[in-house]
Design a binder for this molecule. Structure first.
Ligand code: ATP
Length: 320
């Protein structure tokens, strides 16, 4: 193998740059050439790509987002679109591909690799931490820290004004961000799609808290569980409490990647290059119990990535 391509696809996640840096430098260390593909599969189809060198990834380790940019491409979902991408693979002499993204990006990578025989290794980069075969995805830890930072700030206001705050967080269909940030931020209730909840029970807990002298309450709602606005209205209607709602939105995504995300990104990116050099394909690199592992994409795509139920129960115990 002499030349590999790298792209980022789907939603951006902090740490993607650290991963691009690791892929580029590890490949160059082993004498490979790297083609950087911009704007995900869109750039792959449109030949928006070019060579990268050691300097191309200088000074990006601490930057959020992705220097290669990312996009969603409907054309890559078609055979014709993927055939155009294959023409660029031949034109640029790409012999292996590293795809950094979420499960949608991996589905595209899987289909493309099987259709055209191009070796592909995927790296999980999404804030949602919703991918089977890895305990963590790149960007999750930074997003959780962003949410915890917001909870800390909102808690000051909640305490000063003796108010109830509902905070809606991202995660798509996964409650992982809400759960981790809720436990770290000491939220009174955590509403996630994986566990049924009842607003009346939440209100009872709020009332009990007030009785024992609590000055404020923070309720974290995963976007996949319910609308924060609706939960806020229901709590207000049932308790009469002054209930404020904050939807954190895209504040959660970006920012300086945490050390955890940078280290994860470095290890996963480097392993992806090793796998391509070893002739592997159709795999995702991930971290399990601290070890970097490779899993075939058939064991990843469409497979559930369950939440840690022990963590959920602990959060409940600690917020009585
Ligand atoms: P995130 O979880 O951060 O949103 P993602 O990788 O899951 O990331 P998607 O928008 O689902 O994000 O997918 C990214 C891109 O992958 C799509 O825009 C499309 O180009 C490609 N893709 C997704 N599904 C398919 C598919 N079935 N066939 C071919 N390509 C696909």
């Amino acid at each position: 193998m002499q030349r590999i391509g790298v792209l980022t696809s789907g939603g951006d996640a902090s740490g993607m740059n650290s991963c691009i840096r690791a892929v580029v430098r590890k490949a160059i260390y082993h004498g490979l050439e790297v083609i950087g593909i911009r704007r995900g599969y869109s750039g792959f189809i449109d030949a928006d790509m070019g060579p990268m060198n050691l300097g191309s990834v200088a000074d990006i380790i601490s930057r959020g987002g992705t220097i290669l940019h990312t996009a969603r491409s409907e054309r890559f979902k078609t055979k014709e679109g993927r055939a155009l991408a294959m023409e660029n693979v031949e034109r640029f002499g790409i012999q292996g591909l590293v795809v950094i993204g979420g499960d949608g990006s991996f589905t595209g990578a899987s289909i493309f690799s099987q259709e055209h025989g191009v070796p592909v290794i995927c790296v999980p980069g999404t804030i949602d931490n919703d991918i089977a075969g890895t305990d963590y995805t790149i960007g999750f830890d930074t997003a959780v820290n962003n949410v915890v930072d917001a909870i800390n700030k909102i808690r000051d206001t909640a305490t000063s004004h003796e108010r109830t705050f509902v905070i809606e967080v991202m995660g798509r269909n996964s409650g992982n961000i809400a759960l981790a940030a809720g436990l770290a931020g000491g939220a009174e209730s955590i509403l996630i799609p994986e566990i049924p909840f009842n607003v009346e029970d939440i209100c009872k807990k709020l009332l009990n808290g007030i009785k024992r002298g609590k000055l404020h309450s923070v309720i974290l709602v995963a976007e996949g569980a319910a609308s924060g606005l609706e939960i806020g209205q229901q709590i207000k209607a049932l308790t009469g409490f002054d209930t404020k709602v904050t939807i954190l939105g895209h504040l959660q995504r970006g920012g300086i990647p945490t050390a955890f995300d940078r280290i994860l990104a470095a290890r996963l990116g480097a392993r992806a290059v090793e796998l391509l050099m070893a002739g592997e394909t159709h795999k995702m690199v991930g971290i399990r119990a601290g070890e970097i592992v490779a899993t075939d994409l058939t064991e990843v795509l469409g497979k559930p990535s369950p939440i840690n139920k022990d963590m959920y129960h602990l959060a409940r115990i600690l917020s009585i």
